[in-house]
Ligand binder design. Sequence first.
Ligand SMILES: Cc1ncc(COP(=O)(O)O)c(C=O)c1O
Length: 384
Amino acid sequence: MPAQRTATFTESVIREMTRVAALHNAINLAQGFPDFPMPEPMKDAACTAIHGDVNQYAITWGSPPLRLAIAEKYRRWYEMEVDPDRHVTVTCGATEAMAAVFLALIDPGDEVIVLEPFYENYGPDAILAGARPVFVPMERPDWRLDPDRLRAAFSDRTKAIVVNTPHNPTGRVLTRDEVSLIAELCVKHDVWAITDEIYEHIRYAGNHHPIATWPGMRERTVTISGLSKTFSCTGWRLGYAVAPERESAAIRKVHDFLTVGAPAPLQAAAAVGMAFDADYYNHLALDYRARRDVMCAALAEAGFTFSVPEGAYYVLADYTALSDKDDVSFAKWLTAEVGVATVPGSSFYSDRALGRGLVRFAFCKKLETLQGAAERLMTLRAAV
Ligand SMILES: Cc1ncc(COP(=O)(O)O)c(C=O)c1O
C-alpha cells in the first residue's frame, strides 16, 4: 500500500486535461505553458554552457553568477537588498521552492492560510509538511479579499500565509491596501508570508507589491519566483526562494536532499536572462495584453462571464449561462465537442463544489492559437 499521506492527493487535473486535449486534438488552453519560443540569447547561452562543459553539479543552492543576477534584479526592481551568498536558494522551479519552504518552515499541526481559489500545488505541499491549510475565500465576482474573513483566519496556531500575486487562477493583482493588511496581520500574529510571485512581470493593471519590502516583513517573508513564466521556459525547471539567512540555511538543506540542485548549464543561461533590461519586461507585458484582449473578447462573445484579469495569464470564467453540467463534465465536453481544453474550476478549491460553474482558460499562447480557439468557441452555443 502507498503511504497514507498520498491518499488525499489526486492526480493533477491540469496535467490530466492536457492528455485529454491531445486525445481529441483540442487547442490546449488548460496547462499554463507557452507555445511560443523563449528568448534566443538564453537558448544560445544554454548551448554555450553545455558545449563549454558546464555539465556537472552546480553548488547545491545555486551557481554564484545566477544568485548574483537574482540579487541584482531584486535591487534594481524593488530596491530590495538581497545577499546572494546568504539569502538566495535556486531550486527546480517555484514548485520545488514552495515544497522545500513548507518542509523547512512548517511543523506538523501548524496552520497555513491559503487564499482560495488557489494554485493546486499548495494543498499537497501543506499535506507533505503535515500542516493544516485554512482557506480564506477571494470573493466572486471580482475576487476581492474580505478583510474581516482574513483577520478571522489568523489564530495562535497560524505559522504562515501563502500569498500569490498576480494570482493564478483569478488574474487578480493584490492592491497596496490588500498587501498592507496581510503584512499588518503577519506582524501582529508573528506569521510568515510565503509569497509566490512567479507572474510578477505579467500585469495589465496595478503594480507588483512584493510584501518583503513592507516594514517589518523582510524578516518574516520568503519570496518565491522563477523563470518559467517570465522567460517562457517552463521546461527548464528553474526557480528560487529569497529568505532570511537562518531560514535560507534550512531551505537549502531540504533542497539539497530533495534534488541536490537545479540544472547547471541552464543556471548559466538563466543569469543572462535575469540581466535583461526593462525593455524585455515591457514587451512581455504588452504581448500578454494583446493575448488577453483576444481571449477575453472571444469568451465574452461565446457567452462566458468573468472579471478581466489584471495579471498572470488565465481567465477564470463562469459558464452557467451556457450549460448546467458540472465543471469536470463541461470541461471534458468542451474539449471533445468544441476542441478547446480548459481546467475545471473545482481543481482550485478545497471544497470542489465551490468551483462548480467555473473553468479556467490559459492564454499564454500565440495570437494565432488564440484566434483558432476563438473560432471554435463561436460554435459553442450551437453545440450545447
Ligand atoms: C502560481 C504558480 N506558482 C508556481 C507555478 C509553477 O512554477 P514552476 O514552473 O517554476 O515550478 C505555477 C505554474 O503554473 C503557478 O501558476
